[in-house]
Design a protein around this ligand. Structure first.
Ligand SMILES: Cc1cc2nc3c(=O)[nH]c(=O)nc-3n(C[C@H](O)[C@H](O)[C@H](O)COP(=O)(O)O)c2cc1C
Length: 357
């Protein structure tokens, strides 16, 4: 029974990669909001471009640049090569990496190497385990939590919050009741930092506060503007069941494009942190539609500690340009730092940025 669930989960993880690479699943009429922001140009930067320092700190780890490879995959045959390549890129740039949901590894013992390969290919960077809110709400035993952490020698656990995705998923788990209490139990006992992330609908300041109260150390906003996971699951639903409608046509578009744009999540959490010093230590990751190094720079000026990307890096990996993409993003980031007079990531956090008129 458990092995049968593992096979279904493996099939789902495989189809997610295929759909994200080949189908039109980005938000429509909804962008990240980052294009609405502009840095104030600094005509006297007083910075040597060649000396700009992109290194950053994330949850106590020194990293090469403020970028993370977002949680994506694991748990089926081809995921091994994918995760190995992502791990090698993470190691080369000294950036953190999250593996995809490890539910499959809790359900069965096949394909475990598709997760553990990440640690062997990225021995010295922070790596994060991943599990979904429905599994947390249902309750995870101590042994299950140990499996998640030990399999990849994880530096922390990412819990993904994906109610809209589960709602659209043909076999989705939609019982989120009791989640925050269970999350609190985990953060109190697990012994490594816990990060809460969305998958593309964003995290509001109200939710960020509840997550921080439950002991979460970092929030990955994963806002609207990149992949719509409602659309990904709608593709799987239509592939399986044809055109049977679950939502009324007049509401469907809005649900498919449901979510808080990434920039809006960042500014509201920044305000929460500024107005409430008790949340000041909460780390923030900007993700959901990050397309270049300027998006990373704007994210940091809007309150993020680092940015993260999934779909763009996955596509780059498949066109054999992953390392070139990360290098280009690093260069964009360096350019934005030069033109705002920021010699370090800490200084970039204070760069002047304003909403375009
Ligand atoms: C192929 C693929 C699989 C993903 N699987 C997971 C997952 O297992 N767990 C998770 O937390 N997020 C998962 N995500 C979501 C990403 O981590 C990210 O939050 C989301 O795609 C928004 O970022 P983006 O716009 O840069 O893609 C996945 C994304 C992709 C592209």
């Amino acid at each position: 029974m458990q092995e049968a669930s593992a096979a279904i989960t493996a099939e789902r993880k495989h189809s997610h990669v295929d759909i994200c690479l080949n189908r039109p699943v980005c938000f429509d009429g909804q962008d990240t909001g980052l294009d609405s922001w502009r840095f104030e140009h600094n005509a006297t930067p007083e910075v040597d471009f060649a000396q700009i320092d992109l290194s950053a700190e994330f949850l106590g780890h020194a990293i090469g640049l403020p970028l993370m490879i977002s949680s994506m995959t694991g748990g089926y045959g081809n995921a091994l090569a994918l995760n190995r390549a992502l791990g090698e890129a993470a190691e080369r740039f000294r950036i953190p990496l999250g593996v995809g949901s490890m539910r499959q590894a809790l359900e069965g013992s096949s394909h475990r190497e598709s997760f553990s390969v990440v640690r062997s290919s990225a021995p010295s960077v922070p790596i994060f385990a991943n599990i979904g809110a429905p599994e947390v709400a249902a309750g995870l035993s101590r042994d299950q939590l140990s499996t998640l952490i030990d399999l990849i020698e994880a530096d922390g656990l990412i819990v993904h919050l994906n109610p809209a995705q589960e709602l659209f998923q043909p076999e989705g788990g939609t019982d989120f009741s009791g989640f925050l209490d269970r999350l609190h139990d985990i953060t109190a006992t697990i012994g490594v930092p816990v990060i809460a992330k969305e998958v593309g609908c964003g995290i509001s300041a109200t939710v960020a506060r509840k997550l921080a109260d439950a002991g979460v150390r970092a929030i990955d906003v994963a806002g609207a503007g990149g992949i719509s996971w409602q659309k990904v699951e709608e593709c799987r639903y239509l592939d399986r069941f044809g055109h049977e409608e679950r939502f009324s046509p007049s509401a469907l578009d809005e649900f498919l494009n449901w979510g808080i744009p990434t920039a809006e999540c960042l500014t509201s959490i920044q305000t929460l942190k500024r107005q409430n010093p008790e949340y000041g230590a909460l780390s923030v990751i900007s993700s959901g539609g990050i397309r270049n190094g300027l998006d990373i720079a704007k994210s940091i000026a809007l309150g993020a500690d680092i940015a993260a990307s999934a779909q763009h890096l996955l596509k780059a990996l498949h066109s054999v340009t992953l390392e070139k993409t990360i290098r280009t993003w690093a260069n964009d980031l360096r350019a934005a730092m030069f033109l705002t007079g920021s010699a370090t990531i800490e200084q970039l956090k204070h760069a002047r940025i304003y909403r375009k008129p």
